[in-house]
Design a protein around this ligand. Structure first.
Ligand SMILES: [Zn+2]
Length: 64
């Protein structure tokens, strides 16, 4: 994935880092849990103030 020039909306810092949330933090569709695997959730977090700038799934193309 390409690097993005996102900025923290809270403090304006561009010192953002992606963190993966796995295990129990995985998100699943409300229906069909057994038909599709869980999605790893990625958080883009500001390393200056800790604001979660963005949260997204790793493979949106597989979402139902
Ligand atoms: Zn910040």
């Amino acid at each position: 994935m390409e690097e993005q020039q996102d900025r923290c909306p809270h403090c304006g810092s561009d010192d953002l880092k992606r963190y993966k949330q796995t295990g129990y933090g995985q998100v699943y569709p409300m229906k069909g849990i057994l038909r599709i695997g869980g999605q790893t959730l990625i958080h883009l977090i500001c390393r200056r103030c800790g604001t979660v700038v963005r949260s997204y799934v790793e493979h949106p193309e597989t979402l139902e």
